[in-house]
Design a protein around this ligand. Structure first.
Ligand code: ASP
Length: 403
């Protein structure tokens, strides 16, 4: 019998999970462990995968000139698409005005509020780790990436015997990590079944859908759809000269996983394998752009930050001036860069935007109930944008791709 393709297996697992959670809510605990185990497996590979992939990628990029050029293109792409996403959000939230007339039931409190009080300067400073092992233990992605880039770069500066040995070594480690990754990926349908059963059983607020919260969710959803299905494909086609549909097909397993796990970081192993093996982008590009993208390029989150903040302002009856809206755009971008690639990171980061435009932090209580669902959609968009970026940059470097 021909084996069912992975994305079909995942889709079936998703649907079965929803049915299971609705029909047998009392048995959720017996299956949710599969989701926990799967996430543990993904987390297990992330750090060694990032380290080995960046180091081997950089040694393959070679010269400082190449690295600078690819780095600049990558950052430009991240800035451009996140800003486009935010502007799309701004448009929709001003047209639909989902918060006008919303109920202010602000009784809920939010864990972790105020945690992100670091200034932008401190956040930047913290990218340089004082101890790389502490950075690794604490999952400080940007610091790990920074160290790996340096390490890879200076391998290319050592004498031939060392350079060849270390390049071979890290290429080999990367190869092993990819094999482990593929092994973990095999369990995606089971893992996703476990995750979704839990999510559905914990979110029984379907009644919200008919209310103002439904309109708020629809606003975000529509803006995400426009960004993913119009803006990004246009960029892929026009700048990247790639086929958006083919690329979408190539990465759909990763997108479904992003949707189900709500974590760009946890999805990274699948994103890398899809963009490399199915879209045909070289390891040189993926190993540099994708780990960076999973941490700093979050179009969906950026768009969400902006809409959520303006929704809260509307709910409080506060009319935001044009200046305040511009500040909101800028801080939404910063919040999306600062958000970690983990579930609900964006919700906590919204405090940056609220503080900047003078809105009460309690406003977060308003959007809390539906955040988990929105997180799934915005994470999928975050990952989609990362993959489009890898393709566009690869094409601009003259690579021949499969999409
Ligand atoms: N969950 C998102 C991600 O991992 C971040 C967020 O909460 O917006 O990409």
């Amino acid at each position: 019998m021909k084996k069912l393709k992975l994305h079909w297996q995942i889709l079936i697992a998703l649907l079965l999970a929803i049915a299971f959670a609705l029909i047998f809510p009392e048995y959720v605990v017996y299956v949710s462990w599969m989701g926990d185990l799967f996430i543990r497996g993904l987390k297990m590979v992330i750090i060694p995968l990032i380290l080995s992939s960046i180091i081997s990628g950089i040694t393959n990029i070679g010269s400082a000139k190449n690295l600078g050029r690819i780095g600049l293109k990558t950052l430009l792409y991240y800035f451009l698409t996140s800003t486009l996403a935010i502007v799309t959000g701004l448009l929709f939230v001003n047209i639909i005005k989902p918060g006008v007339g919303a109920e202010l039931g602000l009784s809920q409190t939010v864990d972790g509020l105020g945690v992100n009080s670091d200034s932008f300067g401190t956040t930047m400073m913290n990218i340089v780790p004082t101890n790389i092992f502490v950075a690794i233990v604490e999952n400080k992605m940007l610091s790990i990436i920074f160290f790996a880039v340096l390490f890879g770069f200076f391998i290319t500066k050592t004498k031939n015997t060392h350079r060849i040995f270390l390049t071979d070594l890290f290429n080999s480690v990367f190869d092993v990590m990819m094999k482990i990754t593929m092994f973990v990926i095999k369990f995606t349908p089971l893992g996703i079944f476990g995750i979704i059963v839990k999510v559905v059983s914990e979110n029984d607020n379907l009644a919200e859908l008919g209310s103002r919260m439904g309109i708020y969710m629809a606003t975000i959803f529509l803006a995400l759809v426009v960004h993913s299905f119009i803006t990004l494909p246009l960029l892929l086609k026009v700048i990247g000269k790639a086929n958006p549909l083919k690329h979408f097909n190539a990465v759909k397993t990763a997108l479904l996983t992003a949707f189900s796990t709500s974590s760009s970081s946890a999805t990274l192993p699948l994103t890398m394998s899809a963009v490399e093996n199915k879209s045909g982008v070289s390891n040189k590009i993926t190993s540099f752009t994708l780990p960076l993208g999973a941490t700093v390029n979050m179009d969906g989150t950026a768009l969400y930050e902006l809409i959520a903040a303006i929704f809260i302002a509307q709910a409080y009856g506060i009319d935001l001036s044009i200046t305040a809206q511009i500040i909101a755009v800028f801080t939404a971008l910063l919040a999306s860069i600062g958000a970690a690639g983990i579930p609900m990171a964006g919700l906590v980061m919204i405090t940056i935007v609220l503080t900047a435009i003078g809105l009460p932090l309690e406003g977060v209580g308003l959007i809390l109930a539906v955040d988990r669902i929105l997180d799934m959609f915005r994470t999928a968009v975050n990952v989609w944008s990362d993959t489009c970026g890898a393709v566009i940059i690869a094409k601009s470097e003259g690579e021949k791709l499969k999409v």
